[in-house]
Design a protein around this ligand. Structure first.
Ligand code: UDP
Ligand code: MG
Length: 329
């Protein structure tokens, strides 16, 4: 049914659902994506908007979107000045989307648009704020992608990340959740790690990750490494502590070497100057690492306060009963 009024004509102007789509050089897949997304959204029979974020594409993505707006008024186009990356593009879309619910989805049809309907249904039935799309089957991904993805999620869990394994950025969020995410002062936030950390009530919907429908992956190794570095440092300051551990290990080593040097000196099996050189070199090395570790501890604390993540979120307070509820406004 396509006779629904577009959200622009609604009294309060706020659609029920915003679909946020980051796009970088997606001219090949864009027509296919629109063709499959539109029936799903029209079928929901609620006002919606499709917020397309053109992440500095160099191909015809933007002009295709301009053309698409003529026949599909719910499409909005936000163009970033330069390629700013997948996560930044999603954030840009979320910041401008007006929906009561917001879903983020890739443009390449790896996330099936039909699942959006299921996510909305689950959210409303189970009264949750977030519905994660969880990849139950990645057999269409390359072996390299599967192995690196597995390593990524395992590492994040080791470092203390919460949330489901294999939940990427295909996810439905309530307005309250998105507002909480956007209120975080950190730059380079990795949404798939930040959203579970906020702890809003959530549910999972499993889906099969399809093959990219057309075009090439826009995630070269360099962008994967960038995402991993942002994720590791966003989740934990543990790496800063490495210097402390190396320093302590260095001290043990220095002590052993010193003992060995003294013994060889006393038993007369030593080259002149060797013992003192070794002891000084290893002792100073260990001392420097320890000092770096101490610096690391302070930088870690600064980093955490710069991130300024709330230490908790209140789900219910009897004093304000009726006001806070599940954290939805
Ligand atoms: N993307 C983007 N900016 C980038 C890289 C990717 O907006 O710098 C978009 C891309 O157009 C797609 C989504 O992010 O909609 C996921 O990218 P892709 O499918 O290439 O990643 P992969 O599935 O290969 O990990
Ligand atoms: Mg993809």
């Amino acid at each position: 049914m396509t006779s629904h009024p577009s959200f622009d004509t609604l009294p309060n102007g706020a659609p029920h659902l915003s679909v946020v789509v980051p796009m970088y050089d997606e001219q090949e897949v864009l027509p296919l994506f629109a063709e499959r997304l539109r029936p799903v959204l029209d079928g929901l029979e609620v006002p919606y908007e499709v917020v397309c974020v053109d992440d500095g594409s160099r191909d015809a993505t933007a002009s295709l979107l301009h053309a698409m707006r003529r026949t599909w008024p719910q499409v909005r186009l936000i163009q970033l000045r330069a390629n700013s990356g997948h996560q930044a593009a999603i954030s840009a879309g979320l910041a401008r989307a007006r929906g009561r619910w917001m879903v983020t989805i890739d443009a390449d049809l790896q996330d099936p648009p039909e699942v959006i309907a299921q996510m909305l249904e689950v959210a409303e039935r189970e009264h949750v704020d977030v519905v994660y799309g969880v990849r139950t089957d990645r057999s269409t991904d390359t072996a390299f992608k599967r192995v690196t993805a597995e390593a990524f999620y395992a590492l994040m869990h080791r470092l203390g990340a919460r949330g489901a394994m294999n939940a990427g950025d295909f996810r439905l969020m309530s307005r309250t959740t998105v507002d909480a995410v956007l209120a975080l002062p950190e730059t380079n936030r990795v949404l798939r790690l930040v959203v579970p950390a906020l702890g809003f009530p959530s549910a999972d919907v499993g889906y099969r990750r399809d093959e990219r429908a057309a075009g090439e992956s826009k995630y070269p190794l360099s962008k994967m490494i960038r995402l991993t570095l942002d994720s590791v440092t966003g989740v934990s300051s543990a790496p800063l502590r490495l210097a402390t551990w190396f320093g302590l290990a260095g001290f043990v080593l220095a002590f052993a070497v010193a003992a060995f040097a003294v013994v060889s000196k006393l038993t007369g099996h030593s080259i002149t100057g060797w013992a003192s050189t070794i002891v000084v070199v290893s002792g100073f090395g260990a001392m420097q690492l320890l000092c770096l570790g101490v610096l690391g501890e302070y930088v870690g604390r600064l980093f955490q306060s710069a991130q300024a993540r709330p230490t908790h979120y209140v789900a219910y307070d009897s004093f304000e009963a009726g006001g806070t509820g599940t954290g939805r406004g």
